[in-house]
Design a protein around this ligand. Structure first.
Ligand code: NI
Length: 185
């Protein structure tokens, strides 16, 4: 089932997300719905707050980017209660977008490599070292779990330049090709 994507301005995107409990009902169905929602919107990652649920859960499929970023080949993951074990001091700036901020693309500096621990939808524990764009996607999605969005990282001037677009997202008048839930609508 395709879920509406909560857009910038929705309070759920500003909340610290809760740990997913082991007995969370219909977790696999939720994961499946999140993948469907993400694919429908041509995204490569989606965090639970973006579908209105303040939970430490995210889905990723970066495989469409494999031509440009080899590290994204077969990079399809469900991450429950993810936690960074390491983030490199060395950073790299690259352009990002976000399904909760349609039409906005900005360069963001992030760690080049990370080590992350998480559980999958079968509650198997994983520890993974990631680099490049795969590491970037995980950092972007994990940021959603802390009540932040990627434009929080850009300069005040860049944010100012995007003010019109941000206002139209909040008002619900921004162009968006998928089912979305704006504050103003
Ligand atoms: Ni995002």
């Amino acid at each position: 089932m395709i879920l509406p994507v909560y857009l910038y301005g929705q309070p759920v995107l500003r909340k610290e997300a809760e740990e997913v409990p082991r007995d969370y009902p219909d977790l696999k169905q939720l994961v499946s719905n999140m993948f469907e929602t993400m694919y429908h919107a041509d995204g490569v990652g989606l965090a639970a707050p973006q579908v209105g649920l303040s939970l430490r859960l995210l889905v990723i499929d970066g495989s469409v980017l494999a031509d440009d970023f080899a590290e994204c080949k077969d990079f399809k993951r469900t991450m429950i209660n993810p936690e960074f074990l390491e983030r490199s001091e060395e950073e790299e700036a690259m352009e990002e977008g976000c399904l909760s901020l349609p039409g906005i693309h900005e360069k963001v500096s992030r760690s080049k490599t990370i080590r992350v621990r998480y559980w999958d939808e079968d509650w198997q524990e994983h520890e993974e070292f990631l680099e490049g764009f795969a590491a970037r996607i995980v950092q972007h999605e994990c940021e959603h779990l802390t009540g932040h969005v990627f434009i929080d990282n850009i300069s005040a001037i860049r944010r100012q330049l995007n003010r019109g677009k941000l206002n139209s997202i909040i008002k619900g008048t921004a162009r968006c090709s998928y089912r979305a839930k704006a504050v103003g609508k």
